[in-house]
Design a protein around this ligand. Structure first.
Ligand code: HEC
Length: 253
């Protein structure tokens, strides 16, 4: 029977390197979750993160504009007073009248938004400095553009493939049922492929946002399991005796 490397064959320095890597990846993952929260929470107008928020991020919302979605979501924190959001949303609902814009909306945008949203700010963000500019953002929200999804997809696939590969390389040094190990190593890759595919499908079929969330969750759980089981086996678990000597012992009894 061939001998496969296990944690019991690894030196302490190798295990320290592995541990530091796993801890850093685990922390990075927690920050990624926090980032998802900050960039999508509240898009549906309710506090907190929900499947509906994810749906709006990708599919858009037929009765929500890009300006409204941003104000309900990531841009809400830029307003001095929460009531200003309602003033803008009511103006959109009432039909985006130009006189009302100059009177009530422009002052809010000038005070809270144009330091980032203007050509002068050079941040590459849609300007909010004139009525025609703002009108471009008050049409129906069509969700993430294919171009932005493609950008995020390629970054995610390259980055996550490396993370999963190295975490998996460490995890296969664990002692466990080989079938369970094979499944655990493969699942996060399948999950991320399903996750990213379903971003695009959600653009067409909004209900697919559930698959986005489930696949993302599945990847998170399997990554967490690989990190925790690896750390446990590296430092706490003591293999009693290997299967080979065990069966030999039995024969001699
Ligand atoms: C500190 C800089 C900053 C301020 C202030 C700011 N924004 Fe933004 N805004 C951003 C950045 C960065 C993005 C792009 C990233 C994102 O979508 O989260 C963005 C995105 C947006 C979008 C989405 C644009 C799109 O392509 O769909 C809208 C709409 C928006 N902001 C409106 C506002 C409004 C209204 C205000 C004022 C209440 C405001 N922003 C204040 C930085 C800012």
């Amino acid at each position: 029977m061939p001998h496969y490397r296990r944690f019991s064959d690894a030196s302490v320095s190798e295990k320290m390197l592995d541990s530091m890597f796993l801890i850093t990846i685990g922390l990075g993952y927690l920050f990624a979750l926090t980032h998802v929260f900050y960039s999508h929470a509240g898009r549906d107008g309710e506090a907190g993160l929900s499947v509906k928020d994810v749906e709006i991020a990708y599919f858009g919302e037929s009765h929500q504009t890009r300006l409204g979605a941003a104000l309900n979501g990531p841009m809400s924190g830029n307003l001095e007073k929460p009531e200003q959001k309602d003033v803008i949303l009511e103006w959109i609902d009432a039909g985006t009248d130009e006189a009302a814009f100059n009177e009530r909306i422009a002052p809010i945008l000038n005070n809270n938004c144009i330091m980032c949203h203007s050509v002068e700010a050079e941040m590459g963000l849609p300007p909010l400095t004139s009525y025609p500019d703002v009108m471009k953002l008050t049409h129906t929200d069509t969700g993430a553009s294919v171009q932005s999804l493609v950008r995020v997809s390629h970054i995610h696939l390259f980055g996550i493939a490396f993370i999963l590969f190295f975490v998996g390389r460490i995890f296969i040094l664990c002692e466990m049922n080989p079938m369970l190990k094979r499944v655990t190593v493969v699942i996060p890759f399948i999950a991320i492929l399903i996750d990213i595919t379903s971003w695009y499908i959600t653009k067409i079929i909004p209900g697919f946002s559930y698959v986005v969330v489930l696949a993302g969750g599945l990847m998170g759980i399997s990554l967490a399991m690989q990190i925790l089981v690896s750390m446990y086996q590296m430092w706490i678990y003591k293999p009693k005796t290997d299967a080979h000597t065990l069966s030999e012992d039995k024969m001699h009894q």
